[in-house]
Design a protein around this ligand. Structure first.
Ligand SMILES: [Mn+2]
Length: 293
């Protein structure tokens, strides 16, 4: 997906069913804008564009206790389903907000695919079944089948398969995960027939990328060598972490609300452009910690 080089770009990492994060982003007033307006207004006027890096569903560790209760409900065939209802309200509510935005502002809102965009919990097409705190993938697929039916489940899955994998800006790239290898323009455009491209841009663990993959991606897609590649996927402790010799920027801190705002024709400066909207503790800006948890 080619981004508009003349708009402000707002990058939102892994949302994981945090509806409040989406609302806070939309009401944020970017300092780099020409006018003091909320992002939503700037999206409507065509001055800004929003890129979400994927992973819209599944509350993470903040809902650990609820996942354990929901697993008991799942094991009992959802005769009781209070905990899972709460989880699904947040997950489906987040996707509903994002898709309403996409439908209203198709040129200004871009939703990339993450590894959690796999409602059917399938293995194949670059997807793997998901389970971290419980059997989230299986639990969600069963819930969808039982309470919404196959038709809704299949339609939801079709939308997920259509989410793009890569956004190309003037001096930056955005994917869900660090590129595991190098994927050419043709590979990415033909990703629906190339599961290895889907997998390689959504699942890469820390230290799982081939040496030089980010640098190759940047030099293939962009004219400038002074560019960065942004992604989410693996949690970081500070505001962001850098890998791949400083070229790959990881934004996802599950305990905070962190975005990046890149203005056109202004060199990227992470200490200024990574914005902490909200955090529980005192996050030192720019502290890098690429540790997985
Ligand atoms: Mn992910």
């Amino acid at each position: 997906m080619e981004l508009d080089p003349e708009r402000i770009t707002v990058i939102v990492p892994d949302i994981h069913a945090r509806m409040d994060l989406v609302l806070r982003v939309l009401s944020h007033r970017p300092e780099s804008a020409d006018r003091d307006e909320q992002l939503l207004t700037l999206l409507q006027s065509g001055e800004a564009q929003l890129v979400c890096v994927g992973d819209y569903v599944h509350a993470e560790s903040r809902a650990y206790g609820r996942w354990l209760k929901a697993f008991e409900e799942f094991s009992g065939g959802y005769i009781e389903h209070e905990a899972m209802d709460a989880e699904m309200r947040e997950s489906l509510g987040t996707v509903e907000i994002l898709l309403e935005l996409k439908r209203a502002l198709p040129d200004a809102v871009h939703l990339l695919k993450g590894n959690h965009e796999n409602i059917a919990n399938e293995e194949g097409s670059g997807n793997l079944p998901f389970g971290k705190f419980a059997y989230e993938g299986a639990m969600v697929a069963a819930y969808m089948e039982q309470f919404y039916g196959d038709e809704v489940l299949e339609a939801f899955a079709r939308v997920e398969h259509l989410y793009p994998l890569l956004a190309v800006g003037p001096d930056f790239l955005i994917t869900h995960a660090e590129p595991q290898g190098f994927y050419s323009r043709t590979d990415v455009i033909e990703y629906r027939n190339k599961p290895e491209v889907v997998f390689g841009l959504t699942w890469t663990p820390n230290d799982g990328a081939e040496t030089g993959s980010v640098e190759q991606m940047i030099s293939h897609y962009l004219d400038t060598t002074d560019a960065l590649h942004f992604g989410g996927h693996r949690p970081v402790r500070g505001a962001y972490a850098v890998r791949a010799e400083g070229r790959y920027v990881q934004l996802h801190n599950p305990d905070a609300q962190i975005i990046a705002i890149l203005a056109p024709e202004r060199p990227i400066d992470l200490s200024r452009d990574v914005i902490i909207l909200n955090s529980k503790g005192d996050l030192s800006h720019g502290e890098a910690s690429g540790e997985d948890r």
